[in-house]
Design a protein around this ligand. Structure first.
Ligand SMILES: [Zn+2]
Length: 155
């Protein structure tokens, strides 16, 4: 649910007037995009409002500096550590090139009626087999034309 900060936050604050609660395991770019949708502006416009120097949402998920994380956390009124957990910063640099460009899998537990639907970090990590939220096997997007090397491990 949106929550309203107190009115004495000060006009000099760049904090957003309404902050949407992040979903569990939600990707930072998804959270930013949902705010863009809420404010009816393009997702990249929302990102540029916060971090003018960052070129893309994809880059925001992968390459934020500690300073940028702190600035973004201030705008979204959250803890830097919370915000950092929404990025791929915990993925070892050598593995980051294995992060998918698009969501490649999903789980029934997070395909609810949310609109727009949040994207979760696990949806981009091809090496993740199970959902971090419920423990079920993640379903590959695209169905039968995209065989997964993990298919042989399924029942
Ligand atoms: Zn699940």
């Amino acid at each position: 649910m949106p929550r309203q900060p107190s009115h004495d936050a000060g006009t000099s604050s760049r904090q957003l007037p309404v902050i949407l609660a992040p979903h569990a395991d939600e990707l930072l770019s998804s959270w930013i995009s949902r705010h863009a949708s809420f404010y009816a502006i393009p997702p990249l416009g929302m990102l540029r409002h916060c971090l003018p120097e960052v070129s893309s949402l994809r880059s925001a998920d992968r390459n934020l500096t500690a300073t940028q994380v702190t600035r973004l956390a201030g705008i979204f009124s959250t803890e830097p550590a919370t915000l950092r957990r929404m990025t791929f910063s915990n993925v070892a640099p050598a593995s980051r090139r294995l992060i998918a460009a698009r969501p490649l899998q999903s789980c029934a537990c997070h395909s609810g009626d949310h609109e727009p639907r949040p994207l979760l970090r696990s949806q981009f990590l091809g090496w993740r087999i199970t959902c971090p939220l419920c423990g079920d096997l993640l379903e590959r997007a695209g169905g039968h034309d995209r065989p997964s090397p993990f298919d042989r491990y399924k029942g």
